[in-house]
Structure formats: structure tokens, C-alpha cells
Design a protein around this ligand. Structure first.
Ligand SMILES: [Mg+2]
Length: 278
């Protein structure tokens, strides 16, 4: 099939939204949202990223709809993600989908459990290696670890990257680990064939119903979801990117709210009877 040039601005034409309303005649909607940079704006300190009350209310009403499934897939640890959002009826995929929890679902990838101790060892070594670099810090997320350098001065960034690569090499060289490069963050994760995309497909299988998947994300790890879903759904990247697998883009994370409102409107319309009941 010929690849359509894109991505296209999601709100640029009626097409994507009308696909949602057409799908709702026969299918449910499966929503996959990334967290940082998608549901909340990026911050210098990721500890400050909290969803607004409006975002939470929209997430809750979508999750409560019998026509929707909703999963939030993030690189954050599962407890961190659950605490920040704090809503029930939602499926959470922490650690890039290695650790999943939701109504009647609890799953941790078995290889992630096996490799946990090795990750901790590298984490401890990195802690001491970067101790002298201002602004760099290690986040231990149980099954993955992240080296954050958003607040590191330009001149120290190559040193941070080299230090991380050296430490990661001790494990990733053996294929047990893989390095994930994000926005001002380097992560060490189990080197297994599992990512946000695999987690999204796994979740769709668990839900079992025929669904139109809608995936929204802003970073490289979200590309695995767009790639896994292929032409099956609506894939939307936050910010315009030339190399994305997504067919659509939104201008910024604030437009995620607009998208959620739009989905909510169509879900509610699909639920209301189209003719007066006797
Ligand atoms: Mg993100």
C-alpha cells in the first residue's frame, strides 16, 4: 500500500474525527495516551508534572464510558504514574509497558523481574559516577533506570552521555539491556522484545472487543505504539515530526484536551438513542 505523505494536522480536516464517529457505530474506542509531554506539558523537574483537574475529569469520563477503553503508557514507574493520575477504571502501563495494572489486569513482564537486580547494580555505579555533574540525577524505576539531564549545562552534556554509555555497556554489550534515548533522558531497560507498542497490542488482546485504537504520544518510545498499530488506528504525534509513524499530529500537549473533548462528544452521541424511545 502506498504510504500517504504526512503527518497531517489532526484538526486540519474532518476526516480523522469522522472516522471516530463512524467507528463508534460498530466498535469501541481504545485510547492510548503517553503522560509527560502528552497529557501534561514537559517540565524541567518531572516531579512537577501533574495533570490538571480538567484533564483528570476528561480521562475519568472517557474511562467510565462503556464504549471506551483507556490506557496511559509511560516511561514512569507504575506506582508513580498511578499516584499522579489517581483515577480508577483506567489501565496503567508503567516502565514503557513492562508493568501493567488496571481493572482485572496485573502483569509484569517476567524478564523485567529477572533483570531487576542487574539494573539496580548499574544504577548504584552511575549514582557515584555522576555525583560531580551538576543537574544530573538517577531515577530508579524498579525495572528500568533513567539518567535525567534536562538541568545539566550544555558543556557537561557530552560527559553525562559518555558516563551513561560506559556504565550501560557493561550490561547492554551482552544484550541483556537496551538503551532508550528520550527527551533529555537516557534510560537503561531490559533488552527484550517488549515496548510500549507490544504492551498496547497485548492490552487490545486482553480487552477482546473490536476497537478503533487512538494513540497519542510525543517521544521516540511512542513511535513503537504508532508502528505496532500501523494503519489499524489513528496515531497522533504531539509536535510535527518528519520521521514519525503517526498519520496525524497535534500542535502541542494542550491540544490533547481538545482531542479528548472531541472523542467524549462522539462517545456520548453514540450512546444516546437516535430516535425517541416509546
Ligand atoms: Mg512523553
Amino acid at each position: 500500500m502506498k504510504k500517504e505523505p504526512g503527518p497531517h494536522y489532526f484538526f486540519g480536516t474532518e476526516e480523522p474525527v469522522s472516522r471516530i464517529s463512524r467507528a463508534l457505530q460498530h466498535f469501541k474506542i481504545a485510547l492510548f495516551f503517553d503522560f509527560d509531554g502528552t497529557l501534561v506539558p514537559l517540565q524541567n523537574d518531572p516531579a512537577h508534572c501533574m495533570p490538571s483537574e480538567e484533564t483528570k475529569a476528561l480521562l475519568q469520563s472517557l474511562a467510565d464510558s462503556p464504549l471506551c477503553f483507556l490506557m496511559i503508557l509511560s516511561g514512569r514507574s507504575l506506582p508513580d504514574l498511578q499516584e499522579r493520575i489517581g483515577l480508577s477504571g483506567i489501565y496503567y502501563g508503567g516502565n514503557h509497558g513492562l508493568d501493567i495494572a488496571g481493572p482485572d489486569v496485573r502483569y509484569t513482564h517476567p524478564d523485567a523481574v529477572l533483570l531487576k537486580r542487574a539494573i539496580h547494580r548499574v544504577g548504584r555505579k552511575l549514582e557515584s559516577d555522576i555525583a560531580g555533574i551538576r543537574g544530573a540525577w538517577i531515577e530508579n524505576k524498579e525495572f528500568t533506570l533513567a539518567l535525567h539531564y534536562r538541568n545539566v549545562g550544555e558543556k557537561d552534556i557530552p560527559l553525562v552521555q559518555a558516563t551513561f554509555e560506559k556504565a550501560a555497556d557493561t550490561l547492554s554489550g551482552k544484550g541483556a539491556m537496551t538503551v532508550i534515548k528520550g527527551k533529555k533522558v537516557l534510560e537503561l531497560a531490559p533488552g527484550i522484545r517488549w515496548n510500549k507498542g507490544a504492551a498496547a497490542l497485548w492490552m487490545l488482546k486482553q480487552w477482546g472487543d473490536l476497537c478503533l485504537p487512538i494513540a497519542v504520544g510525543d517521544d521516540q518510545t511512542d513511535e513503537t505504539v504508532f508502528h505496532a498499530l500501523g494503519g489499524m488506528g489513528l496515531c497522533i504525534r504531539i509536535g510535527k515530526s518528519k520521521t514519525t509513524h503517526a498519520q496525524y499530529y497535534l500542535k502541542g500537549s494542550r491540544e490533547t484536551l481538545r482531542l479528548m473533548r472531541e472523542v467524549k462528544r462522539h462517545v456520548e452521541k453514540a450512546r444516546s438513542p437516535s430516535f425517541p424511545l416509546p
